[in-house]
Design a protein around this ligand. Structure first.
Ligand code: HOZ
Length: 432
């Protein structure tokens, strides 16, 4: 076996740092919380990614979720190639946008109408603006450790990279914006009730990841989502589910289908672009009719509904719809991995707990179950960093932060599962 080297990645990182802040276009990629230099990749196929030094890795981030079918799926590749023959962007309406919108509202019954944008961040920012326009109220309730992209209102007690780098409240967010964002602990319905009561008639929306991925995978406790639904109904608040990660991943109809609670608005991204930059927000007709040009709430985008991105997303969704049992298979693979990893941790006396639902999971280095931001913050991040580096050396690419989720793709089969568990056994042998 040839010696593991990342010489070319190191050289590229050096160059990148001169012209790109921190050398990366999204902070978590820089490996700051796990140590070492980021790896630069040049290609991916199926379950694998290949770096600039020709090392192969089993991909456990799958572009942070979108590549649910694995890399370079034939149907998606064909759709993109065919669409690109006809032009890249028109800035006009196209038929594929209608087909895409129909497929999304068919899959997610709480959405009567949907607007395509270019990222999850745009989707959440726009959804909150619409909720404010619709209710005529300013305040927003979000949950500590939930991450909804980098819109100003959301960078208060934010998860994901903000949590990874210890800046959950970003400089640059005005005090006025911060004042309008109220924070509650995830899974604490009573705290939300108290916030709503203390701000009576002022709260426009409650936004949350129904199953979090951005402080690691944390499931809602029984009754939490149902309680929020009831509270929003009673207080005239718009309930927004950020399903950018969970939409079309946990089930065809997302977390809301799996958990049986319907929001007023839903934000989507990742999988609906099939690997292209796409986001979407939608919901009840009476709310979405507030969106310009039908209504007064402005939101626009030159590349929104881009034909190549729509074709990539449509092909991905069509594939998911056409493949019976795909979600069950994804979950079975995930459970096989989590059961194996938990057993290896136990054998080696490593304190751990696992958050998992469908094909998303996080191995937390904390013995007690993680239910909220405070618990997630209590994890042993040094142990995670060691685990991450050992797995990387053995060709398994994990998310480079304790506060993120593993995303399993359909391309990960029994061989890859065995290889991941074998790498895990080596990485955890004798403890961390
Ligand atoms: N914030 C993304 C995951 N929660 C990471 C995006 C990226 O670095 O590509």
């Amino acid at each position: 076996m040839s010696k593991y080297s990342i010489k070319r990645s190191k050289a590229l990182y050096e160059q990148a740092r001169g012209v790109i802040p921190g050398g990366v276009n999204s902070p978590v990629r820089a490996f700051k919380s796990v140590g070492g230099d980021p790896i630069f990749f040049k290609r991916a196929a199926g379950a694998f990614m290949y770096d600039e030094d020709d090392n192969a890795y089993i991909d456990l981030i799958n572009s942070w979720g979108p590549m649910i079918l694995g890399h370079g799926h034939a149907a998606v590749q064909q759709a993109v190639q065919a669409a690109s023959q006809h032009g890249f962007s028109f800035g006009t309406p196209t038929e594929i946008e209608i087909e895409m919108a129909r497929l999304v509202v068919e899959a997610v019954p709480s959405m009567d109408m949907v607007r395509m944008v270019n990222s999850g961040t745009e989707a959440t920012m726009s959804a909150v603006r619409v909720a404010r326009g619709y209710t005529g109220r300013d305040k927003l309730i979000k949950f500590a450790g939930c991450y909804h992209g980098h819109g100003d209102s959301f960078l208060i007690a934010a998860g994901s990279g903000a949590m990874t780098f210890g800046v959950p409240n970003s400089p640059g967010v005005t005090q006025g914006t911060a004042r309008d964002t109220l924070i509650a602990p995830f899974n604490d319905l009573q705290a939300v009730k108290e916030l709503v009561a203390a701000n009576e008639g002022e709260v426009a929306a409650i936004i949350l990841e129904p199953v979090t991925g951005n402080m690691g995978v944390v499931r809602p406790l029984p009754g939490f989502l149902e309680g929020l639904r009831q509270l929003c109904d009673e207080a005239g608040i718009v309930l927004i589910f950020d399903e950018v990660m969970t939409g079309f991943r946990l089930a065809w109809g997302g977390a809301q289908e799996l958990l049986g609670v319907q929001p007023d608005m839903t934000c989507l991204g990742k999988i609906i672009g099939g690997g292209m930059p796409v986001g979407a927000y939608g919901g009840k007709r009476e709310i979405m009719e507030y969106v310009s040009p039908q209504g007064p709430v402005y939101q626009a985008g030159t590349l929104s509904g881009n034909p190549i991105a729509m074709h990539a997303g449509f092909a991905t969704l069509s594939q998911l719809k056409a493949e019976p049992g795909i979600y069950e298979r994804l979950e079975a693979t995930t459970r096989q991995l989590t059961a194996g990893i938990a057993a290896i941790c136990t054998e080696n006396g490593i304190p751990h707990s696992i958050g998992q639902l469908g094909s998303m999971f996080t191995l937390f280095f904390r013995q007690e179950q993680v239910l909220n931001f405070e618990h997630a913050s209590d994890c042993d991040t040094n142990a995670f960093a060691t685990f991450f580096k050992r797995m990387l050396r053995q060709g398994v690419y994990l998310p480079p932060s304790q506060f993120e989720a593993v995303f399993i793709s359909a391309a990960i089969g029994p061989n890859e599962t065995d290889r991941i568990l074998q790498a895990c056994r080596h990485a955890l042998d004798g403890g961390l």
